[in-house]
Design a protein around this ligand. Structure first.
Ligand SMILES: Nc1nc2c(c(=O)[nH]1)N[C@H]1C(S)=C(S)[C@@H](COP(=O)(O)O)O[C@H]1N2
Ligand SMILES: [Mo]
Length: 305
């Protein structure tokens, strides 16, 4: 049953990916892609393409959905794809509360209706030293956050993943503090690059990728991009985060991609793109220095790693 289910998904996705790449190749040929014009219609993949997108060639759907970090479904890269079918993504609500005038609970269907999804092709740079290029779908996180009025005390935003060991068997193992939590400063969360992500390759997010919604912060190491979020909390104090709690000297609160600040156990100067053999140079803020460096003006990035 499970195997057949996976095969069904794969065959349809491969077709979409082939069309997606054909469409990109054709657009490049006509010069339309460089001009940044809207993509021609092609089912769900026909969302407008963001000016924030990288022009690098995306990894394949197969690579993106079979090489994952999602410890709630196991710590091996292949385990989320094998195990995440137990996650139930409907009904699904997100509680937005904390330092806000009026807390709200929104359903995933209302979140999907709130704004039109666009395609954002972002590099994802994992702190472990590998990277991928992924055509995400979604809209700026700020659009959802603006639904509530934060009080004057609010300085940070905390994100919490679902906590349910029956659906997420990896939570029975104490590798991290469950539920998975992450956090951002408000100005980081409101930055237009911060993506509220509901799909990839023009399809709803596969479970192993963080269905039904996750965030993607392309200028930060991958672990800041929390998956399967059920709660967004405005806080006065910097919120605790799972990786920082697990190893505070290795994983800081900011975790901006920075080739000049090494992890205590390895260099961050280079990365291996999944599917490639030779390493590439890692770019400051993962290539988004022009857009985000101002957020950290005057900060010692060695101390605030
Ligand atoms: N809830 C949750 N979110 C998570 C993780 C996790 O284990 N649990 N892993 C993080 C890490 S380390 C990375 S690199 C990215 C991986 O995203 P991907 O599998 O979609 O490439 O998800 C991040 N979000
Ligand atoms: Mo990661």
């Amino acid at each position: 049953m499970i195997i057949r289910h996976n095969n069904d998904i794969l065959s349809s996705e491969i077709t979409d990916e082939a069309l997606f790449n054909q469409r990109r190749a054709w657009l490049k040929g006509t010069g339309l892609l460089a001009a940044g014009s809207l993509l021609p219609e092609l089912g769900q993949a026909a969302s407008p393409k963001s000016p924030f997108s990288t022009t690098e060639t995306p990894n394949s759907f197969e690579q993106i959905t079979t090489y994952n970090n999602f410890y709630e479904f196991g710590t091996d890269k292949s385990e989320p794809a094998e195990n995440a079918h137990t996650l139930k993504t409907r009904p699904w609500t997100v509680l937005i509360d904390g330092e806000v005038e009026k807390p709200i609970r929104v359903s995933i269907d209302d979140i999907l209706k709130l704004a039109a999804a666009e395609e954002r092709i972002y590099r994802l740079r994992c702190v472990e030293g590998w990277s991928m290029v992924i055509p995400w779908q979604g809209y700026s996180l700020s659009k959802l956050l603006k639904l509530v009025k934060p009080t004057s005390k609010a300085k940070f935003v905390a994100f919490t993943t679902l906590n349910d060991p029956r659906q997420m068997p990896g939570q029975k193992v104490n590798v991290l503090n469950w539920p998975y939590t992450e956090g951002l400063r408000i100005d980081e969360a409101m930055h237009p690059l911060a993506l509220l992500c509901t799909g990839l390759y023009g399809k709803p997010l596969p479970n192993q990728s963080g269905a039904p919604l996750r965030i993607v912060l392309p200028w930060k190491y991958g672990f800041k991009s929390a998956k399967s979020i059920v709660r967004i909390q405005f806080t006065e104090q910097q919120p605790p985060t799972s990786w920082n709690l697990a190893a505070p000297s290795e994983y800081g609160f900011y975790s901006n991609v920075n080739p000049k600040v090494d992890h205590p156990r390895w260099s961050q100067a280079k990365e291996r793109r999944i599917g490639e053999f030779f390493k590439r140079e890692t770019l400051m803020f993962n290539g988004y220095a022009d857009q985000v460096a101002a957020l950290y003006a005057g900060m010692d990035l060695r101390k605030n790693f």
